[in-house]
Design a protein around this ligand. Sequence first.
Ligand code: TXA
Ligand code: MG
Length: 491
Amino acid sequence: MTLQNENHIKKDYSNGLVIFLEKKSLTDELFSSNMPANHRGVVDDVVSALHELQHHHHLVIAGEGEISDHPTESHLSSLLLESEVKFSETADYLTGKDTFSQSEDSTRTHIEEFSRNYGIPVERRLLVQAGTKLSIFCDLKNLGTETVLPEVLTICFHTYSDMASWILSHPSPYKNLLQGLQEGAGILREGGLVVLPTETVYGLGADATNPVAVQKIFAAKKRPFYDPLIVHVSDTKQMLPLVTEFPEKAKALTAHFWPGPLTVVLPKSSLVPSIVTADSPSVAIRMPSNPLARELIRLAGKPIAAPSANLFGCTSPTTAQHVEQQLGGTYDAIIDGGACIVGIESTVISFLGKTPRILRPGGIDQKAIEACIGKVLSDQHDSVEESTTSPGMLPSHYATATPLQIVENPSDYASRSDVGVLLFGKSTEDFHGPVEYLSLSSDPKEAAKRLYQAMRKLDRLSLSLIVVKLLPETGIGIAVNNRLRKAANNH
Ligand code: TXA
Ligand code: MG
């Protein structure tokens, strides 16, 4: 494989970030035949984000073959030309193979080669990949700093505008991230509040061993003290002193799903102050998979109590901006790690009884749990009164300010311009009100990831009603439906 543009080496890339836009995923996103006619908003979003970025940084389209080779690619170049988005370069790779399929790794190899030719250091490169997981990759290797962050950090976004504003607010992403984590850890150690990204939703964190710090969480969220908090750890070593028992099944489950969206409830040790657990003798513990969250906890050297970073009872946040909009001014620092990739809260499972019991469905579904440790109970299906086992799991939660209603047939509301529609999959119906698609390809995981963002977006439009049809009741769809039912219960 060779770079086509080796002879253009005179271009000056000595300042600003060099943002490589992966050509294939960009064209797929912009010209997807999957896109309903009423969803072209993504094109405007891409164009305006690229406009903004091109004034501050270098944009390089990176991909296989020539841009004019393919109808969608020539379509891309004319769209961008028309929109006055200027690229510093199009780095087209000739692979000499017809069947070459563009993988993340090969793209990175090409970028390495490009960067070598132009002398672009690792810390000034970002690779942007579009599609359902619009994301940027930060290459953290060779930074020479002590960190357990992975060599390549992926940060995901809901929209291109979100991505552009992240890049613009992190002009030196590597330095900014590492500094932010170090400062955040210092604030946590001193008893302050730090908002942290996790793979599920953003959390409002405080040192779990400091009751005064934990009290600030309840104040900021206007959360009643009877609703206990989840304690987050960076590794198992940090978890063991917090509990007095660690049953085999809990061991097996955490060994399998940690780090990840799983919270286990176990008998607490005296290290956990009673304010964290609402006076209960048990504690809920989770090891998040988001590397920024784990690095923050590791640097703080303390277990971190963190509920979702929203006002009590309201929709949970999946971006730093969501948190700022609702809780701005109540915390000491915020780590902006892009959009949460799971998008709904962790599964909470209690090991207090003889048989483990799911208290809250979440990022890991019951089937996967049972495949690991055998039969478990779940409140939803056994219709046990939730509030007796888990005080915080009130029937109304996650609510939008706009009334939300679950309906069988969203099309019934097609003529109402004052009604917002939350759809799971694609629809050709001509809705007069605003529509949010949770997943054009009807992928429940994607729907979970976009759920709160879509609810918040519709909630800002001063509509009289939001209608939504439930997802099929399987896998993560169960957790999504649980959130929708509780959000609907408020009204
Ligand atoms: O994904 C998540 O779990 C997110 C992120 C930030 O980690 N956190 C989260 O926290 O959702 P929060 O506070 O919004 O919800 C925690 C739930 C509450 O409903 C609470 O009642 C339950 O976990 N919980 C906490 N400690 C418990 C305990 N000791 N026994 C039973 N339920 C508990
Ligand atoms: Mg919550």
